[in-house]
Design a protein around this ligand. Structure first.
Ligand code: URP
Ligand code: ZN
Ligand code: ZN
Ligand code: ZN
Length: 476
């Protein structure tokens, strides 16, 4: 081994999912090759005195450049979305390659690769969304894709253009078990939501706020239980994504007490927003800035989410970044006139890839609710383990990629739209006071972002093929 170290990150405090300690990090050819008390003589040095040195954030749930059924254009493509991610302390994101009904899953995956290639400030890998589980998809395309490193896929229990019925869910779960893939479930009961939405519209309740009433927590609880039951029947591990509150959490805890392998994800919107935000200023269209599914709940729900983040109910804290415009630019050919007629036409999803880490750090670590180690586990190490990227990603260890975020735990400033890099024309967290921000992001030893802005130059992000989930190898 040639002794030369390309880069030394010196004087910082390293934090992993398990512990924290003072050390220098030595990087060669984009990998961590030394962790020791003192590293001298590196070609380049970064002074991390007074900063925390974390494994780069891995956001395992983001939506970029997805087509929508009504032609609404997403506010982020791979360039702006990963720029926003890098500025927010992330080194890897996992967007979805979404199958459009009636088309080949493999062709959809190819199209996403074309959108991403050469445009990314972070590494990327794709989960698959299966919306049309034809015999061809289940029998040929999916098994081949899993073997090619697409080792996780998401299924939906609601949305007209995406949802699967129970028979289809069971078919997909069977394939997941056979091929050793990990299934992610959007658990909300479609018929219950449709029933509530129709009733609200008949009563003239059409403001964005009523989205939160239509997408009732009861419908989420019921679907969570149903997804878990299907997983038990087919003997397959599942991840329940974007869990919003106490009721669905109880279903997950119930399953785990019975020894089932159920994993759970929650998101910033469920600790930093409530359904009251959907009221806007005066039950007006401002509320559309907070419409996502499941919707934010209430203060008791937030308290439950914090318990779950502390006690291990949650394995993952992801953004569910799904960015739309409040006022779309004319060139998108879309405006929000139809959305103003009813909550049913407001696109579901909010931006958050850049604010995920600051919100959890500020509300969690700075306020003493979770430890820094738990923060790292939820935002980097666990996503790497569950989605087949560990220990190349999610670790500060010899041989791991030098994906590193330098964190200033004492820096206080508010979240503002002007300070962010995403494509949306608003942030749902405008004005939120944050203590603890990323100040430098390094991807394979190369600085991608400094003080909230990306570094200009060629975009260094690469596609990462993934191994099997630890959930699957654990299941045996
Ligand atoms: O409202 C949301 N969460 N939109 C994104 C799509 C999804 O269901 O994750
Ligand atoms: Zn979802
Ligand atoms: Zn999502
Ligand atoms: Zn119009």
């Amino acid at each position: 081994m040639s002794g030369a170290i390309d880069l030394a990150i010196r004087g910082g405090t390293l934090v992993t999912a398990a512990d924290r300690f003072r050390a220098d990090i030595g990087v060669r050819d984009g990998r961590i090759v030394e962790i020791s008390e003192r590293i001298d003589g590196a070609t380049e040095e970064i002074d991390a005195t007074g900063l925390f040195v974390l494994p780069g954030g891995i956001d395992a749930h983001v939506h970029l450049a997805q087509p929508t059924s009504d032609g609404t254009v997403m506010a982020d493509d791979f360039e702006t979305g990963t720029r926003s991610a890098a500025a927010g302390g992330n080194t890897t994101v996992l967007p979805f390659a979404m199958q459009v009904k009636g088309t080949s899953l493999r062709d959809c995956v190819t199209a996403y690769h074309e959108k991403a290639a050469g445009n990314c400030y972070t590494d990327v890998s794709f989960h698959l969304i299966i919306s049309d589980p034809t015999p061809q998809v289940l029998g040929q395309e999916l098994p081949a894709l899993v073997r090619d490193g697409y080792t996780s896929f998401k299924v939906f229990m609601t949305y007209d253009d995406l949802m699967l019925n129970d028979a289809q869910l069971l078919e997909v779960f069977d394939v997941a078990r056979r091929e050793q893939a990990l299934v992610m479930v959007h658990a909300e009961g479609h018929d219950a939501i449709r029933h509530m939405a129709r009733r609200l519209e008949e009563q003239g309740r059409t403001a964005p706020y009523y989205h939160a009433e239509a997408h009732a927590e009861i419908a989420e609880r019921e679907a969570t239980h149903r997804a878990i039951s299907h997983a038990q029947l087919t003997d397959v591990p599942v991840v329940i994504v974007h869990v919003s509150g106490r009721d669905p959490m109880e279903q997950i805890q119930w399953a785990r007490r019975r020894g089932m392998q159920v994993y759970a994800e929650t998101c910033p919107q469920y600790i930093a927003l409530t359904r009251d935000d959907l009221k806007g200023l005066n039950m007006d269209f401002e509320g559309a800035k907070y419409v996502c599914s499941p919707p934010p709940r209430d203060a008791d729900g937030q308290a439950a989410i914090w318990e779950g983040l502390r006690d291990g109910t949650f394995d993952l804290f992801s953004s569910d970044h799904c960015p739309f415009y409040f006022e779309a630019p004319a060139e998108t050919g879309k405006d929000n006139h139809r959305a103003r007629t009813s909550f049913r036409w407001v696109p579901n999803g909010i931006p958050g890839v850049e604010t995920r880490l600051p919100i959890l750090f500020s509300e969690g670590v700075s306020k003493g609710r979770i430890s820094m180690e738990r923060f790292v586990a939820l935002t980097s190490t666990n996503p790497a383990r569950l989605y087949g990227l560990y220990p190349q990603k999610g670790a500060l260890a010899i041989g791991a990629d030098a994906d590193i975020t330098l964190w200033d735990a004492g820096l206080t400033r508010p979240i503002t739209q002007a300070g962010l890099n995403h494509g949306s024309d608003y942030t749902p967290y405008e004005g939120m006071e944050i203590t603890g921000w990323p100040v430098r992001t390094l991807l394979r030893g190369r600085t991608t972002a400094l003080d909230g802005r990306t570094v200009e130059g060629p975009r260094p992000g690469r596609y990462q093929s993934r191994g099997l989930s630890e959930a699957v190898t654990r299941a045996g």
